[in-house]
Write a protein that binds this ligand. Structure first.
Ligand code: GLC
Length: 478
């Protein structure tokens, strides 16, 4: 077997820090590459304040150095730790990373410029020259160009793969900072290679300078190539890289989400899907002090942001509650959505439960207890929650975009044999409300529900197939 040396460079990764699906994917893909395929995988990420609480053993100091960002000198210390066979390199700089939040600061561009420069310096200093440097999203996007620009760097032997998890974040900054943060010459702006709508984009730069580009589902690849709105204008540069651009569906970590063993849920799955759902539903309704009747329970675990479809969902949630359904929502995000949910909770306290924040145990309970799982996203590069829901026999209600389209088969009357969820296309209040009416109608038919739930359980979205696709992609360039 051919073993490869891969370095992932990312803004976040489980189990050390997570704000979204990016962290799940970097970790579970790496784990699969190490475990079943014996590759050598390292992850480089910032040493955030939050990381300390997640480390189970003291990390080992690797080296320290200064990163030059034109006139700035930033002192970085690098630590390493081994988790599940993956080597984590943690870049520590307290000015940039010892803060209460992971992202969302005015100087995010400067923070990740330091991180990107430090990643390069680290690899050179410890002479770790991988076959593939796999970068994720906008944060380390300038790395391929920084290496190419430095002819003498031994890292020029490595090949680059970029994965786009979320095209909405492009890493935009004024061209002044190309030199001021990254020590790069204006020529890269003037010849168009880093320039995006008059600014610099780290994501676009990564698209231009990586050997291969992936996104996290086949359908989202097509959307990024053809849809100006979803790609936010990246379609033009992606079109030019079309032959090197592939869509690989994410997997989920079936060790973390295993309904037959899950310690976080009340009843484990032991063959009988009906009693499994019933026991978990009753327990959660009781825990959350919601009316315990036979009306359907809708769940949602999500960042509460515009991307996730809240604009068409909140009105629909209210009409579900009026009709006696129950809804449980876990997440945090934009305050206008959080406030609206608080208002609905005050109005329907025994039908709606919300948890603002993240709570892993509650998330597992929602996956196991809900009849339906809400994911009416405006766009969704892949989405992981619908796959987890399917694995817990919860039927996803999705807008048929991106990875949602690639992983859920909506029930449409004549496909009961293999359907496993509900879906709609138009991003409108009415399209979702029509689908929810359909859910309610189907819910009344216990036999149909049972068939759909069993169909859901038959789906397999573990990492085996997808990790093989990444390996084949790596091999095609080295
Ligand atoms: C981003 C996308 C989501 C995807 C995840 C992991 O969070 O919005 O659709 O599943 O990245 O790739």
């Amino acid at each position: 077997m051919f073993n490869m040396k891969v370095v992932m460079v990312t803004g976040e990764s489980n189990p050390l820090v997570k704000t979204g699906g990016l962290a799940d994917v970097v970790y579970s893909l790496s784990k699969e590459l190490v475990k079943s395929r014996k590759n050598n995988v390292s992850i480089i990420m910032p040493f955030y304040k939050q990381v300390n609480a997640k480390l189970t053993k003291r990390p080992v100091k690797v080296c320290s150095f200064e990163v030059y960002m034109s006139w700035r000198k930033q002192y970085c210390v690098v630590y390493k730790t081994l988790i599940d066979g993956i080597r984590y390199f943690l870049i520590k700089n307290d000015q940039y990373f010892n803060r209460d939040n992971v992202y969302g600061y005015d100087d995010d561009i400067e923070r990740f410029a330091c991180f990107t420069l430090a990643s390069k310096k680290l690899l050179e200093m410890i002479n770790l020259i991988p076959d593939v440097i796999h970068i994720h999203d906008w944060h380390p996007g300038m790395l391929p160009l920084l290496i190419k620009d430095d002819y003498g760097s031994p890292l020029n032997k490595a090949k680059f793969v970029l994965t786009i998890h979320n095209p909405a974040f492009k890493g935009l900054f004024d061209k002044y900072f190309l030199g001021n943060f990254y020590n790069l010459n204006d020529k890269y702006f003037n010849d168009g290679s880093v320039c995006f709508n008059g600014a610099v984009s780290t994501l676009k730069t990564a698209i231009v300078y990586s050997n291969k580009i992936t996104t996290v589902s086949p359908t989202h690849r097509i959307e990024l190539l053809t849809d100006e709105a979803i790609s936010g204008g990246l379609n033009h540069v992606l079109e030019y890289r079309r032959d090197d651009f592939v869509g690989i569906l994410n997997g989920i970590d079936y060790e973390e989400f295993d309904p037959t063993k899950d310690e976080k849920i009340v009843a484990k799955l032991k063959g009988n899907v009906v009693s499994f759902k019933k026991a978990n539903k009753e327990a959660l309704l009781k825990e959350k002090d919601l009316v315990n009747d036979d009306a359907p329970l809708y769940g949602m675990v999500s960042r509460l942001t515009w991307q996730k479809g809240l604009d068409i969902m909140l009105g629909n949630v209210e009409s579900l509650l009026q009709r006696g359904s129950k809804v449980i929502i876990l997440g945090s995000g934009e305050s206008k959505y959080e406030n609206h949910l608080e208002y609905l909770r005050a109005k329907y306290p025994h039908h709606l439960s919300i948890y603002i924040g993240y709570n892993d145990e509650l998330a597992h309970k929602i996956y196991a207890a809900s009849d339906f799982f809400l994911m009416p996203s405006l766009f969704e590069p892949c989405g992981l929650s619908q796959m987890i829901s399917l694995h817990y026999a919860t039927l996803p209600v999705v807008r048929l975009v991106g990875g949602l389209k690639d992983s859920v088969t909506p029930y449409v009357d004549d496909n009961l044999k293999y359907a496993d969820g509900f879906g709609f296309y138009d991003y409108t209040y009415n399209a979702l409300s029509g689908t929810l009416n359909w859910c309610e109608q189907v819910y009344k038919d216990k036999e149909k529900m049972k068939t759909l739930r069993n169909n859901a359980l038959e789906q397999n979205y573990d990492w085996k197939k997808s990790s093989q696709k990444y390996l084949a992609l790596y091999k095609s360039i080295i």
